[in-house]
Design a protein around this ligand. Sequence first.
Ligand code: ADP
Ligand code: ZN
Ligand code: ZN
Length: 817
Amino acid sequence: MSHFINVILPLPLENHFTYSVSQAEAEFLKPGMRVAVPFGKSKVYTGIVSAVHQEDPKIYEAKPIEQILDKKALVTGTQLKFWSWIASYYMCTEGEVLRAGLPSAFLLESETVVQLLKKAEIDEEKLTDDEFLLFEALQRQSSMKIKEIIQLLDKKTVLPIINSLVEKKVVVVNQEIYEQYKPKLERYVKLHSNYSEEAAMHQLLDDLSRAPKQREVIFTLFGISAKDKQPIKVSTLSEKSKASAGTIKSLIDKNVLEEYHLQTQRVQYEGGELAGRVKLNEYQQQALNEIEKSFETEDVCLLHGITSSGKTEIYVELIEKAISNGKQVLYLLPEIALTTQLISRLQNYFGEKVIVFHSKYSVNERVEVYQNVLGNSEKAQIIVGVRSSIFLPFQDLGLIVVDEEHESTFKQYDPAPRYNARDAAIVLGLMHKAKILLGSATPALESYFNADHSKYSLVNLNRRFGDVLLPEIEIVDIKEKHRKKRMKGHFSDRLIEEVRETLKNKEQVILFQNRRGFSPILECNTCGHSPQCPNCDVSLTFHSHNNQLRCHYCGYHMALQKKCMACGSPELSTKGFGTEKVETELKALFPKHNIGRMDLDTTRGKHGYEKIISAFEEGQIDILIGTQMLTKGLDFRNVRLVGIMNADSLLNFPDFRAHERSFQLMLQVAGRAGRTQKRGLVLIQTYNPHHQIVQQVSTNNYQEMYQEQLDERRQYKYPPFYRLVRITLKGRDYSRVNEGADWLATSLKNSFYENVLGPEFPPVARIRNEYYKNILLKIPQKQSISKTKIIVGKILQTFRAIGSYRSVKVVVNVDPY
Ligand code: ADP
Ligand code: ZN
Ligand code: ZN
């Protein structure tokens, strides 16, 4: 009898591929193990076994595998099931899901680049002959492709050798794509152990009597450590004792103080005890009880808790219970970079049980996290991660928390699988029989709709922790202010007045300026020309700090031109305003204060976000200007005023979700104000003070926003009443894209009639020299989604078979917004 296996290859193939194996191999192999297999003319890939069977594929002759790469399954049965769900729901292939789901170090193939790990501590004794040969070769040349290694070692089966070297931490693979993530180190000081005896300390203070500044530092150090017994940062000591860095350095040089470094994220628990848990207040306790009650009968619960109501502490309680029952917990976050605050809070409570899955982790670190989760290790009880962490090999998931569930960053746009991690997490949770908690102050319309229609249970938390009031929200009519000449640049007199007042009281200010669609553009006053990107259909954006014009789509940039490139006139002006412009104006208005800016440009560096956030936390920045990034769950203690520079730029965005998103963004950014005792103030500058969304934000009326938006969605056939599938065609040949789009739209209309919209050019119709055209398919609630997808799939297959459209790429995006 012949034996076969089905293999999922990391390629966009419709089907699993069948290979032949020996009887012994068939007995050994289990679904989820890796095998090296030949594919195409001469390539080798790592694939995952999906089935072991005896059915000859018939259509082609099954080739034998090259090698078995695992002793135990690397991918669990639940993962295989989950991959197949993702592929069918999001209309992509399982190979694409596999690529997204496994660290690339697991997927060695002919083209994989292998490098020596920097600073590897290598015990040459422990290397086999082949491993040693490769190790030597890699010392001579910095990197090698697998196919070169095949030549070097003169054997076909080299993947196990490389896998073993990855495990021995000698080499890394595909490293150049990722930057190494290293937690930030901070400087701390303590009194040198020479002075732990009281007598020695008195002697020291006597000795320092002629150095009053240094003496002051020592006294301050005693003061702080007596109070809160925490490690003392150099920066804190310098601030509290008013001593210069030089003074502290000389104390270190004299061996009076001892300097040491800690990772920011770990400070609180390394070496120290775990922080005691807080006691929930009665509202939190009640919400927790309701959630737990609902979990007795329901699987998914939506926690609608206003900003600063203390949702995190409720999550902590639920996590604690889940792990004490021996279950794993997945805590999904929209973004890691902005949530170091939250991660240190979790690490405070749970110490080493928390593992973070970070998009900036290197390949090796990802492998480590993956192995820890797979092995259900002590170190991986609570997995905190961004959207891609839904693909980890959970063993026994008991709870999934989706924090800030309304965030659009849970959706992956490119490449496939184009999944929404919130929605997929629910399916994952159900597969594990886990409970799922969605939390937000401003739930996504769909989630609230599901709660409203009893698909999820709903728990409300309407009080801020400590009974802090929600900030007062005041609308400033800037049309009126312009008319009365009460504007200075983009600042109304009201905003200036309140900024001044806040700074006078030594409190902080946040100013929010949405960047989308509102970046400064250069325009000629004479002929109206504005410089365009040569590769994309957009105007270039002006960046004053380096005098550049840049394309935000493809990164094209050029130096600022002194004359109009069309007519030669020197009279150029900038239109629109971004964060940089706000910063320039603000510096002129408040020259004596420290102003910080947080946007894509200022947070590029490795610890860009953290630097700005901690500078603001430590009071080194008085006014922080920022984009959307500011809205993401940050917890600042001393912010009294939040200014929204221009609400209209959000409201006018051409997208059916613009109003919902504006409401969420404005309420979230408002939620950064007044999180301690004193009531905060939010000023919203707008040309449309009567706009219903602005009004709903100012009265914190989620219900009304929800009802109104829902009516519009119903009327215009949008989610949650209709599901959307967007089909994008793109290609370098303009007319091919056009004709292809017409063909495809016509075929779709034959089946779905008026529920097919387009084809239409998107607002930016050319990016990196490719033309784009969209078709939107709306699926009514009562129409079967799976049948619809089968029909769409067939139409696409026919389309791809048409020779003249071969150069046109088709991208299918399910739930695209
Ligand atoms: P949310 O996530 O709902 O916006 P947070 O969980 O960030 O709110 O809580 C807001 C603030 O209140 C945080 O600084 C948190 O430490 C504090 N807090 C919340 N609950 C408690 C509690 N039961 N005891 C002490 N402090 C709490
Ligand atoms: Zn001109
Ligand atoms: Zn461009």
